[in-house]
Design a protein around this ligand. Structure first.
Ligand code: GLN
Length: 211
C-alpha cells in the first residue's frame, strides 16, 4: 500500500501545504535567491525556473525583483513568455515583487518600447516611479490581514498609478498601493524576501495551495 504524504512527512500535519505542491521562482535574472531561501524556510518544495521544462514542474510561480526590461527580453528568448502567460491564464498562482510586479501589470509606463508584460492583474505602473531623491527607502506597512506591520524594502520601485475594480489593495504608502491582489495574482512594489519576515510568502503559499 502506498503511503500518504502525511505518513511520509508528519511535519506537514496541520499545514495547508501538500507534499505534491511545488513553487517555482523565475531565475533568469535578479533577486531570486532570497525568495528560494524564504520559501524553503517555510517548508515549500522549490524549483529555479529557467526553461519551459522547469515551468512544467511547478504549481505556482514567483517573479522576483531585478530589471524588468532584461527579464522581459530573457522571457522572450527562453520561450518562457508564452508558456508563463498560458499558465497564468489557466489560473496558476503568481507572486510578483518589484520588477515582478512590473511584469504582471496591465500597462507599464517608462518601460522599454519592446518590454512586454503579462497583464495578469488590472494595475498600471510607472517604472522607477518614486524618483531619484527617494530611489530606495524602507517603510513599515499596515497590511490587511496581518496583525503586525510588515517592514517593506523599496528599491527603485514601481509606482502603482491605477488599479481596476477587481483589485484588492492590501497595503499602501502615502496613499499609493504597494501590495495588491486579484484572484491568484499577488504583487508587491517592495521586496518582501529581504525583511527576514516570511508572512507575505506564507500567505501566498497558503492561498495558492489551499485544499
Ligand atoms: N527598476 C526596476 C525595473 O524597472 C525594478 C527594481 C527592482 O526590482 N528592485 O525593472
Amino acid at each position: 500500500k502506498q503511503k500518504t504524504a502525511y505518513e511520509l512527512m508528519p511535519s506537514l500535519v496541520g499545514s495547508e501545504m501538500c507534499i505534491r505542491d511545488r513553487v517555482g521562482v523565475l531565475a533568469l535574472q535578479g533577486a531570486f535567491a532570497r525568495h528560494l531561501q524564504v520559501l524553503g524556510g517555510l517548508g515549500a518544495a522549490t524549483t529555479e525556473v529557467r526553461t519551459t521544462a522547469d515551468l512544467l514542474e511547478v504549481d505556482a510561480l514567483v517573479l522576483p525583483g531585478g530589471e524588468s526590461t532584461t527579464m522581459s527580453m530573457l522571457l522572450d528568448s527562453s520561450g518562457l513568455h508564452d508558456a508563463v502567460a498560458d499558465r497564468i491564464t489557466n489560473g496558476m498562482p503568481v507572486l510578483g515583487t518589484c520588477a515582478g510586479m512590473i511584469l504582471l501589470a496591465r500597462h507599464v509606463a517608462d518601460g522599454r518600447p519592446d518590454q512586454r508584460s503579462f497583464a495578469a492583474i488590472e494595475i498600471d505602473v510607472l517604472r522607477n516611479g518614486y524618483g531619484r531623491q527617494v530611489d530606495s527607502f524602507e517603510a513599515d506597512l499596515e497590511v490587511t490581514g496581518l496583525d503586525k506591520p510588515f517592514h517593506g524594502v523599496f528599491i527603485r520601485a514601481p509606482v502603482v498609478e491605477w488599479v481596476g475594480d477587481g483589485v484588492e489593495v492590501l497595503g499602501t504608502v502615502d496613499g499609493r498601493p504597494v501590495l495588491c491582489r486579484q484572484g491568484a495574482v499577488v504583487v508587491a512594489s517592495f521586496h518582501p524576501e529581504m525583511s527576514g519576515d516570511g508572512r507575505i510568502h506564507r500567505r501566498f503559499l497558503d492561498t495558492a495551495f489551499a485544499a
